[in-house]
Design a protein around this ligand. Structure first.
Ligand SMILES: *Cc1c(COP(=O)(O)O)cnc(C)c1O
Length: 394
């Protein structure tokens, strides 16, 4: 081929969008270690350790806790296709893009899907589900804990009780929540859960941590039909991740090194300290944005610390600001999706990206770009308010 394309040499970015988020340098180093075979005793040990650390992060004793070899959406697909057989009733809670995606996945798996809806930016209360549970008598209820398209933080404890009282299994999307806020799989009684590596785990996209409890596994083991997906069939994956180590597919060895190191980084910091860091950086960003006249799109009291969906001020060109951030400052933030297209910016403070320097850099950059566009605000007030929030916390 001539001319030969240049070697990959990506620009350095600050990833403050809805994912992927900034990768921890230790994770990138771990991923460049030499590849061993996927049945090598060394690799099997790394897998075992990674599973044990995932259990700590999910706060579960579930034996069936592992990582699907694909991104978060495959975690969604894996949990749904294993629990659902054609004709089964499933309720999906829809208040943003990822609830919509789960409903689509469930329909494709042959479920009779009942959608319960809330406006974008709002969360569900148990009362929103009561009628649907009585009417649909679902086998599974699917809900998104951290709706990345709206920045809404869904409480799960009471809903879990209600779902179990109705005899259904609770399936939770924890792609964005895991590693940023507490996720209590056993204490809340979550039956099946999935996540992804590229949000709060500070790891590149490529693996989807999942966990099934015994109640969910019973359902899988007693299916009348084969799981529709060969690749995602947990009964087969169990033989590879369990003590038998039967070849199923070639595990992405170096991705596993990366997730192993990412989990070590989180557990070294400590879960409570990690959640507190996410909360503090969110508060500082919120104080700063508020001083600049920028408000939040998600319901007050239910705003995610790692995904700040904020309203684009009147008269400001959404795309021009995002372009300015990227081109002039190397900062990536996300655009609004669906109902929020053109109206919302999605500012991620996920994992390694959740740091004071990123918050202050973004506020300073926004100050300049908004002033250029004639936004009326007190220049400098954003950075000052965020700094004040940091000082108040020490
Ligand atoms: C990102 C995301 C997904 C999908 O994960 P991919 O890694 O993009 O496949 C699913 N659910 C939520 C809530 C997400 O934020």
């Amino acid at each position: 081929m001539s001319p030969l394309p240049a070697a990959v040499c990506p620009p350095v970015r600050v990833l403050m969008g809805p994912g992927p988020s900034d990768i921890h340098p230790r994770v990138l180093r771990a991923m460049s270690a030499n590849t061993v075979g996927h049945l090598d005793p060394y690799y099997l040990r790394v897998m075992d350790e990674m599973q044990a650390m995932l259990r700590t992060l999910f706060r579960t004793e579930n034996r069936m806790t592992m990582a699907i070899s694909a991104t978060g959406s495959a975690g969604m697909e894996a949990t749904v296709v294993n629990l659902i057989e054609p004709g089964d009733s499933m309720i999906v809670c829809k208040n943003g893009v990822f609830g919509m995606r789960m409903a689509d996945v469930a329909e494709r798996a042959g479920a009779q899907v009942t959608c319960v809806e809330r406006p974008w930016g709002e969360v569900f209360t148990p009362g929103d589900l009561k009628d649907a549970l009585a009417k649909a008598k679902p086998k599974v209820v699917g809900i998104v804990m951290a709706e990345t398209s709206t920045g809404a933080w869904q409480p799960l404890e009471e809903i879990a009780t209600l779902v179990h009282d109705a005899g259904a299994l609770l399936l939770v999307d924890a792609v964005t929540s895991l590693g940023g806020v507490p996720v209590e799989v056993d204490a809340w009684g979550i039956d099946a859960i999935y996540s992804g590596t590229q949000k709060c785990l500070s790891c590149p996209p490529g693996l989807a941590p999942v966990s099934f409890n015994d109640r969910a596994l019973d359902v899988v083991m007693n299916r009348k039909t084969k799981v529709q997906s060969w690749y995602l069939d947990v009964t087969m994956l169990a033989n590879y991740w369990g003590s038998d180590r039967v070849y199923h597919h070639t595990a992405p060895i170096n991705m596993t090194y990366g997730l192993h190191e990412a989990l070590r980084v989180i557990l070294e910091e400590g879960l409570e300290a990690c959640f507190a860091r996410h909360a503090l950086n969110h508060q500082a960003l919120k104080a700063g944005l508020s001083a600049m006249g920028i408000g939040f799109a998600a319901q007050e009291g239910h705003q995610l610390p790692m995904l700040n969906a904020v309203t684009v001020p009147e008269g400001i060109d959404d795309a021009a600001v995002r372009g300015g951030l990227l081109n002039n400052f190397g900062i990536e933030i996300g655009a609004g999706l669906g109902a929020f297209k053109g109206k919302v910016w999605r500012i991620g403070l996920m994992g390694h990206a959740s740091r004071a320097n990123n918050v202050l850099l973004l506020l300073g950059a926004l100050d300049e770009l908004l002033a250029e566009q004639g936004h009326k605000f007190d220049s400098g007030a954003g950075v000052a308010a965020a700094s004040q929030a940091y000082r108040a916390a020490t």
